[in-house]
Design a protein around this ligand. Structure first.
Ligand code: ADP
Length: 502
């Protein structure tokens, strides 16, 4: 393994030894095993294009083994029939271990995904810890109801029971955090799980698997399968022994998953999909804050975020002023290797993703949108990686692919609006409905906008905030089901109604 790091950067010895151990294996029934057919695939460092590790590629037979393991663990009751308090206590222990290993996990994440070490260490990792603790606390508080019915001789109550075996399929933009977003509520509720990280970023999930073992979760409760959508993801979705699939990723794959779930055993599905979120700056906003906020809303994580505020609407009287501020801010963003101190954003996750985004930029230029900042792949010492400068387009046509399609890169489509009616119509003119932002000091206008926009989350005078207690999920083709908060537990439990003859 060759690892080019910026000058003066040393990896922790634990990170090195993790990377140097040879092919990474699958976690099935508490054992690390090779794929049955021996296949592997490489994962790359997007900052340098260098391969980081070979990883086992789980085929259908491996998925089958993992489902059997999860099923036996579920039936044995060694997890689902523990008290919620006991399950919570293991989740809490895992959160402590994550905290102890935060430096190492952050390094792995930065190597595999590219985002700055400062972000993985002080953003993703603490969020993951908080998330585990929130659901550790909730594990013992999953309650049914007593229901007054019309029969006086019947006593009726409900139980909220785990679904059984759940498949958790996650993307590459927040690899560890997304794993925890799904594992924490699924495990708190008593399910057994099969986690499939994205093929671009499998490493942090594998290290997480080792920590899970160290905590002492019963074997088979968490199985981890690495591999691409086809065959690994698709085999989980079509397996008759999986009771539910929770997915985060593109709308296109979400559609496929819903179809395959229906064609197999009608397994339950929850989907957190794409977005093309409107972010609105009114003339009466705190403009310096709004400009910084709008800039960060789309360019943080190099735009590789489902909630990216990628359609920016600016009220006409302040349009020129805001645009100028935005361009200046975008030029101040330092793009670079995630291990270089003080950089703001890293590379795109893969060569594929880089070319996809460059394709949108070319298409935008040809279709008459004006580019006012960025738009280029970065060269010099960054030439081997997949780096792109933060890109601002202005346009007059909401129908352009640039304005309608999820790009998942550092590209924002900016336009002016004149009045409320126009704004609301245009903000909602998208098949997505994941998130929205609005900047104004008029509290009535802010709340009116929050009510008018069809999106699962609205940020007023802020953007991109998350907390384990605050539900998150989509309207329209951004999916359904809510992550986080008590609502996430509903995704991983089902209601049983019990009638007692008195
Ligand atoms: P992104 O746009 O973030 O790359 P994708 O929707 O392509 O998202 O992938 C998200 C996750 O879904 C990844 O783990 C990927 O391997 C998985 N995946 C891709 N295709 C399928 C499929 N047909 N069935 C199940 N999982 C899939």
């Amino acid at each position: 393994m060759k690892l080019s790091l910026p000058e003066d950067v040393q990896l922790l010895s634990t990170t090195r030894s993790f990377l140097e151990r040879g092919t990474q294996k699958l976690l099935i029934a508490g054992e690390w095993v090779e794929a049955l057919d021996g296949l592997t695939f490489p994962t790359y460092n997007p900052a340098t294009g260098e391969p980081l590790a070979e990883v086992a590629l789980a085929g259908e037979a491996d998925v089958d083994r993992a489902v059997q393991a999860a099923r036996s663990a579920f039936e044995a009751g060694s997890w689902s029939r523990l008290s919620g308090e006991e399950r919570g206590s293991l989740l809490w222990k895992l959160s402590d271990l994550l905290e102890d290993h935060a430096d190492e996990l952050a390094e792995l994440e930065t190597l595999d995904n590219g985002k700055p070490l400062r972000v993985t260490r002080h953003g993703d990792l603490p969020q993951a810890v908080k998330h585990l603790r929130y659901y550790a606390g909730l594990a013992g508080k999953i309650e049914g109801k007593t229901i007054p019915v019309s029969f006086s001789n019947q006593f009726v109550y409900t139980l909220r029971e785990p679904m059984g075996v759940v498949g958790l399929i996650i993307p590459w933009n927040f690899p560890l955090l997304m794993a925890i977003w799904k594992l924490a509520p699924a495990l708190a509720a008593g399910n057994t799980t099969i986690l499939k990280p994205a093929e671009e970023t499998p490493l942090s999930a594998l290290r997480l698997g080792e920590l899970i073992q160290q905590v002492g979760f019963p074997e088979g409760v968490v199985n981890i399968l690495t591999g691409p959508g086809l065959p690994t993801g698709a085999a989980i979705v079509s397996h008759m022994g999986v009771d539910k699939v929770a997915f985060t990723g593109s709308t296109e794959v979400g559609r496929q998953i819903m179809k395959n779930a229906a064609l197999s055993n009608l397994k339950r599905v929850s989907l957190e999909l794409g977005g093309k979120s409107p972010n609105v700056i009114f003339a009466d906003a705190d403009l310096p804050k709004a400009i910084k906020g709008a800039n960060w809303a789309v360019f943080s994580t190099a735009g590789q975020e489902c909630v990216a505020g990628s359609r920016l609407f600016i009220e006409r009287p302040v349009y020129d002023q805001v645009l100028e501020g935005l361009a200046a801010e975008a030029q101040r963003i330092r793009v670079g290797n995630g291990f270089t101190p003080k950089i703001h954003i890293g590379p795109l996750v893969s060569e594929n993703q880089l070319h996809r985004v460059l394709g949108y930029i070319e298409n935008g230029k040809k279709s008459g949108a004006q580019i006012i900042a960025g738009g280029e792949r970065l060269g010099d010492d960054l030439a081997a990686g997949y780096f792109l400068s933060p890109t601002i387009f202005t346009h007059q046509d909401d129908n352009l692919p640039l304005v309608q399609e999820e790009i998942f890169g550092p590209v924002v489509a900016v336009s002016a609006f004149e009045d409320w009616q126009e704004l609301v119509g245009r903000a909602n003119q998208t098949s997505y409905g994941l998130a929205a932002g609005v900047w104004t000091l008029d509290i009535r206008k802010a709340h009116r906008f929050a009510q008018a926009v069809r999106a699962g989350t609205v940020w007023i005078n802020g953007y991109g905030l998350f907390d384990p207690a605050a539900p998150f999920g989509g309207y329209k083709e951004s999916g359904f089901g809510r992550e986080m908060g008590q609502e996430a537990l509903e995704l991983y439990t089902q209601t049983k109604t019990v009638w007692v003859g008195l």
